[in-house]
Write a protein that binds this ligand. Structure first.
Ligand code: SAM
Length: 256
């Protein structure tokens, strides 16, 4: 962690920074267009939602809140990473198990996915996972500047129709928010198998002044070793080859 919570970190905005939020009132919430639930959960999954989730969940912050990330975890962690839209949580759980000294925050709206991650947390006995079971854009403004060293946005919903382009998670507002919470040199990892999204992400990531491209590749074997496949990636491998992006947060300019 390069900076602790002091409430004076110059967070760019207290209102949710969304690409398609309702503008205006400070209490405006971004609109979420994806699915919140799928098929009925089995009893075990319901039990995890009822009993384990309340112990791991991060509550929706007030617009002016700044979270003390280190206090979220039951023991000291060296760094904190955030996964946006973790799906079934396989990637997050793998990283949490491989890096017990890292605190992992996962944001996901899809209840069945949250239950799936809870299952992994329970089975593997993970104590370094915290879950934001809501639209992650409500969390971003509450994260202190430079508080995270990695952010993952893996196979975001592609919204391929032009009229839905403003729903794509990779967009200037969200990239601004991620640039704010990432420490200097921190990593942003993105992946997509949708050619429209790949072009879109390339355009927005390359254009953002805070990010420097490290790699953009379809060659999985060239990725860092600790880049496990997500469930979505495993499903899409039979079809379109995904593109993987790794960008680094540029050093902040020192004040003159
Ligand atoms: C295509 S799925 C990919 C899931 C996972 N990353 C994978 O690769 O298997 C995209 C996921 O992102 C979630 N998602 C989309 N926008 C989100 C947001 N603003 N906050 C939290 N989760 C979001 C969706 O609910 C969905 O589960």
């Amino acid at each position: 962690m390069s900076k602790s919570h002091d409430g004076k970190d110059g967070a760019a905005s207290a209102r949710p920074r969304s690409c398609d939020g309702e503008e205006g009132a400070a209490s405006a919430r971004p609109r979420f267009h994806g699915r919140r639930s799928g098929k009925a959960l089995r009893r075990n999954a319901l039990g995890l939602i009822d009993n384990l989730l309340p112990r791991l969940a991060i509550a929706v912050p007030e617009p002016t809140d700044r979270l003390d990330l280190l206090s979220l975890f039951p023991r000291p962690v060296r760094e904190v990473w955030l996964e946006v839209g973790f799906g079934g949580g396989e990637h997050l759980a793998h990283l949490a198990e491989a890096h017990p000294d890292i605190g992992l925050i996962g944001g996901e709206v899809f209840r069945n996915g949250i239950a799936s991650l809870l299952g992994h947390v329970q089975t593997r006995g993970l104590d370094n996972v915290r879950i934001f079971p809501e639209d992650v854009r409500l969390l971003l403004p509450a994260l202190p500047e430079s508080a995270l060293t990695r952010v993952f946005v893996l196979f975001p919903d592609p919204w391929p129709k032009t009229r839905h382009a403003e729903r794509r998670f990779v967009c200037p507002d969200n990239l601004d928010a991620i640039a704010h919470i990432l420490s200097d040199g921190g990593e942003l990892r993105v992946a997509s198998d949708d050619p429209i999204y790949v072009d879109w992400a390339t355009k927005h990531l390359d254009a953002h002044p805070a990010f420097e491209k490290v790699l953009a590749t379809t060659q999985r074997e060239t990725l860092p070793a600790d880049w496990p496949a997500t469930r979505y990636e495993q499903k899409c491998l039979a079809g379109r080859a995904p593109t993987f992006f790794l960008y680094r947060r540029r050093l902040r300019q020192l004040p003159m």
